[in-house]
Design a protein around this ligand. Structure first.
Ligand code: GAL
Length: 365
């Protein structure tokens, strides 16, 4: 909770400077209350439920009414939901997109109706009508994914005569976050590839080739199965996997188990990280299977978003935002970027349970 409070305080300080910005916000003069539209990509992934709840509960506590919709990972559903919210007269839109480039018409309509748009976690692309971006530092998150492999596979001690063998997975190609995750990880891993101590037997390295549309764990599992049967016959043993998302990590481990990893001498489970700190992955970490994950505290992201909405609704100008890092193809979007934490067995207690992100009971402890 300390972290959440700290971030909340930072945002409050950042947002302290006053000044009218959006007609949409300032027209709401009655103590800033009104209807806020919140759209999340899917209910079938644990994190977005937490995100949706954090934003909704936070806004309701401040007296706002919230229309929270989940889009079932279907772009047509998401566009319809946003259209409806604009028609209903929401004062601000908070959008976590499915395909970051697919909402330009909706964003233009929002701008015409003077509704500020906050891009939530995933950057809305190719549109000038995006006012703010609230997320984590996605490049740093990617760096942490790289660090997980560097530390877990002891790459600093590896020698070219006996290279460490890995395969790489990336996130959804239509999600701009995938770019930061991939770039951050690959920049960390590059020196080890250059020294020849890290090898990818499939040769599949480009983000375009290793991407996982809609972050679909079943698709990743199929790709892992294909890689194992095509490139891992004989003596070749997979040592590690770069994974950008916990469900992908778990399904890759399943594919490996199915061909004897973890149950055959000389074939331990490959070391894999992940992202999102979902319950199943933390359980797997505690059981000694998945090695690590990157925790992006959805409560902090929710709290930062709530504070930003409230600031705009009061007609104030948020200040202290990052105005350099995130160009969406049409403009630089002022961003609030939070910090993430690597979680291994060693700090589950301190960073996951003690902070209340997951309870011991949820983790089966
Ligand atoms: C990304 C997000 C990740 C993960 C993924 C799949 O946009 O940054 O944390 O949740 O989507 O939902």
């Amino acid at each position: 909770m300390k972290r959440v409070k700290r971030i909340l305080m930072t945002v409050l300080v950042l947002c302290a400077a006053a000044g009218a910005v959006f007609a949409g916000g300032s027209s709401q003069s009655t103590a800033g209350k009104g209807l806020i539209g919140v759209v999340m990509p899917t209910r079938s992934e644990e994190r977005w439920i937490k995100d949706g709840n954090a934003v909704k509960e936070g806004l309701e506590k401040l007296g706002y009414t919230v229309d929270l919709q989940y889009s079932d990972d279907d772009i047509a559903t998401q566009t319809r939901q946003i259209d409806d919210m604009i028609t209903k007269g929401v004062k601000i839109l908070v959008i976590a997109s499915i395909d970051g480039s697919a909402l330009s018409n909706q964003l233009a309509n929002a701008a015409a109706a003077k509704i500020p748009v906050i891009s939530y976690d995933r950057l809305l692309m190719q549109s000038p009508n995006v006012d703010y971006y609230v997320s984590f530092d996605n490049y740093k998150v990617g760096g942490q994914m790289g660090d997980i492999l560097i530390t877990g596979l002891k790459l600093d001690q590896a020698v070219a005569a006996k290279p460490v063998i890995v395969e790489l997975f990336a996130g959804s190609p239509d999600d701009n976050n995938s770019v930061g995750f991939y770039q951050g990880a690959m920049d960390k891993l590059k020196p080890y590839f250059d020294r020849g101590v890290l090898k990818v037997p499939s040769g599949q390295i480009d983000r375009a080739v290793i991407g996982t549309l809609r972050w679909d764990a079943a698709e990743a599992q199929k790709r892992m199965e294909n890689l194992l049967s095509a490139y891992y016959s004989g003596d070749v043993v997979l040592n590690g996997i770069l994974s950008p998302y916990d469900p992908i990590s778990l399904s890759c481990l399943e594919a490996c188990k199915a061909v004897g990893y973890g149950s055959t001498p000389g074939k331990p489970l490959p070391l894999v990280g992940g992202q999102d700190c979902i319950v199943a992955s933390v359980k797997s970490i505690l059981a000694g299977e998945q090695y690590a994950t990157v925790l992006k505290d959805t409560r902090s992201l929710g709290a930062a978003t709530v504070t930003l909405v409230d600031t705009l609704m009061q007609g104030k100008t948020p200040t202290g935002l990052d105005t350099k890092s995130y160009h969406n193809g049409a403009k630089i979007v002022p961003s609030l970027l939070l910090d993430s934490v690597i979680v291994t067995k060693d700090n589950v207690q301190k960073d996951v349970i003690d902070t209340g992100y997951h309870t011991a009971a949820e983790l089966g402890l």
